[in-house]
Design a protein around this ligand. Structure first.
Ligand code: S3P
Length: 438
C-alpha cells in the first residue's frame, strides 16, 4: 500500500550539488518491462528496474495473475512469461496504489482477458479521469464500469471479443496510446492511434524489442492483433524525470557541478533539456549510446544564470512530468516565464498547477496560475512550510528550491516520493542538499 502521509522533508537553505550520481531506473520503461515480460513467451531478464512503489504495484498485479517473477533485487528482475493468453484470474481486486500508468495500461490488457477483474487505487488515483481509456476501449468492444465521475474503481468484464479501431486521441497521452496498443494485441484486425503531438514512445520501442511489429506513419501508430511476444533482455536507463530534480537543483545552486549517469534521453522525453537550455542552463551530454532500443547519455549540469522564457507549447508533452521542477527553475530565473497549453497538469497525481502555485506563493514567489499553465516572475525564494499533497514530484521540486532559498523549507506529505524515487533524500544529501527526513 502507498505509505501514509506522515513524512516531512526539512531542507536547509544554501548547499550545492556536486559529484557523479546515478538516479533510479525509468518508471515508464520499468512498468512496461513487467507487462510485456509477463505476456511474452520465455523468460525476460531486466536490469536497472525501478523498485518504486508504482512499479511494485504493476509487478504485484502480474504476480496476482499467476506470473512467476523473481526479484526485484538491486534492479534485477526475472519474469517467466506466460504468453498473451496465459494470465489467470486474480483472487480479488488489483490494488495499483498511486500509479496512473499501471491503471491505464492494465485497463487495455484486462479488457481483452477471458476473466473479469477490478482495478483500484489510493485516494489520488481514485480521483483521476479514466474515461479517456474506457471510451475508446468500449469502441473496441470492451465492457468497463467506472463510477459516475468516470473515475476508479474500474470493473472490467472478461470474455469480450475486441476489434481494432482507428482512434484519434483528443489528448496527447502516452498512457492512452499504450492502453489501446496493448488492447490491440488481442483485437481482430488493426488498431491505430493518432496522436495530436508526440508522446513518449516506450511501448512502441519495447513491443519491437519483444519482436512485435509496430507500424508508424507520421503521428499514427498501428499494431495488428494476433501476434506473439518473445522474451528478451532489458536494461532500464536512469529516469530523466528523476534526473530533472538534480538538473534544476544544479542550475539554480551556486558552485554546482553534477553528472547524472546513464540517463534515458529518448527524444520523446527530453523536453526538460530543451526548456532548461532555452532558459540558459549549462547542460552537456557525454557518452551517448543506444541501450536496448533506448538512447542514453551522461548529463553534466553546472550552475547558470537562468532567464525567464515563454515555454514552447510543443515541448509540453515532452516534459509533462517535469513542470513542478521547471516552475522552481523559473522562480529563480531573471524575468517572467509563461507556460500555456498544459491543462493536463491539473489531472496528474495532484493538480500540479494549483499545488505548485500555492507552494511558491507561500515561499514569496510572484506566480499566477491559469487554466492551462502559469505565469512566474523570477526573483527571490523565501522560507516556509509547503504541502506536497502526496505528490512525489511536488515534494522533490520544493526540496531543490531550498538551494536558493533565504531560509529553511519544510515540505509536508512526502511519503509518496517512494512511488518514483526511493532513496531520494539519501542521494540528494550525498550530492550536497541539506535535507532531513522527519
Ligand atoms: C506515462 C505517461 C505520462 C506521464 C506518466 C507516465 C507513461 O502520462 O505523465 O507519469 O508511462 O506512459 P500521460 O500519458 O497521461 O500524459
Amino acid at each position: 500500500m502507498t505509505s501514509t502521509n506522515s513524512t516531512t522533508f526539512i531542507v536547509k537553505p544554501g548547499g550545492t550539488l556536486n559529484g557523479e550520481i546515478r538516479v533510479p531506473g525509468d518508471k515508464s520503461i520499468s512498468h512496461r518491462s513487467i507487462m510485456l515480460g509477463a505476456l511474452a513467451e520465455g523468460t525476460t531478464e531486466v536490469t536497472g528496474f525501478l523498485e518504486g512503489e508504482d512499479n511494485l504495484a504493476t509487478l504485484n498485479a502480474f504476480r496476482a495473475m499467476g506470473v512467476n517473477i523473481t526479484g526485484p533485487e538491486q534492479g534485477r528482475v526475472s519474469i517467466e512469461g506466460v504468453g498473451l493468453h496465459g494470465l489467470k484470474a486474480p483472487d480479488g481486486p488489483l490494488y495499483l496504489g498511486n500509479s496512473g500508468t499501471s491503471m491505464r495500461l492494465l485497463s487495455g490488457l484486462m479488457a481483452a482477458q477471458a476473466f473479469d477483474c477490478t482495478l483500484i487505487g489510493d485516494a489520488s488515483l481514485s480521483g483521476r479521469p479514466m474515461r479517456r481509456v474506457t471510451v475508446p476501449l468500449a469502441e473496441m468492444g470492451a465492457k468497463i464500469e467506472t463510477n459516475e465521475a468516470g473515475t476508479p474503481p474500474l470493473h472490467i468484464h472478461g470474455g469480450r471479443k475486441l476489434k481494432g479501431i482507428d482512434y484519434d486521441m483528443p489528448v496527447a497521452s502516452a498512457q492512452v496510446k499504450s492502453c489501446l496498443l496493448l488492447a490491440g494485441l488481442y483485437a481482430d484486425g488493426q488498431t491505430c492511434v493518432t496522436e495530436p503531438a508526440p508522446t513518449r514512445d516506450h511501448t512502441e520501442r519495447m513491443l519491437q524489442g519483444f519482436g512485435y511489429a509496430v507500424k508508424r506513419e507520421d503521428n499514427r501508430i498501428c499494431v495488428e492483433g494476433g501476434g506473439r511476444l518473445t522474451a528478451t533482455r532489458l536494461d532500464v536507463p536512469a529516469d530523466i524525470s528523476s534526473a530533472t530534480f538534480f538538473m534544476v537543483g544544479a542550475s539554480i545552486a551556486d558552485g554546482a557541478d553534477i553528472t547524472l549517469k546513464h540517463v534515458g534521453i529518448n527524444p520523446t522525453r527530453i523536453g526538460v533539456l530543451n526548456i532548461l537550455r532555452q532558459m540558459g542552463a549549462n547542460i552537456e551530454l557525454a557518452n551517448e549510446q543506444q541501450v536496448g532500443g533506448e538512447p542514453v547519455a551522461d548529463i553534466r549540469v553546472r550552475s547558470a544564470r537562468l532567464k525567464g522564457i515563454r515555454i514552447p507549447e510543443e515541448q509540453v508533452p515532452l516534459a509533462i512530468d517535469e513542470f513542478p521542477a521547471i516552475f522552481v527553475a523559473a522562480a529563480c530565473a531573471e524575468g517572467e516565464t509563461v507556460l500555456t497549453g498544459a491543462r493536463e497538469l491539473r489531472v496528474k497525481e495532484s493538480d500540479r498547477i494549483q499545488v505548485m502555485a500555492d507552494g511558491l506563493q507561500i515561499l514569496g514567489v510572484d506566480v499566477r496560475p491559469t487554466e492551462d499553465g502559469m505565469l512566474i516572475q523570477g526573483g527571490l525564494i523565501g522560507s516556509g512550510c509547503v504541502q506536497s499533497h502526496g505528490d512525489h514530484r511536488i515534494a522533490m521540486s520544493f526540496a531543490m528550491a531550498a538551494l536558493r532559498a533565504a531560509g529553511p523549507i519544510e515540505i509536508h506529505d512526502c511519503a509518496n516520493v517512494d512511488t518514483s524515487f526511493p532513496g531520494f533524500a539519501t542521494l540528494a544529501q550525498q550530492a550536497g542538499l541539506e535535507v532531513t527526513v522527519v
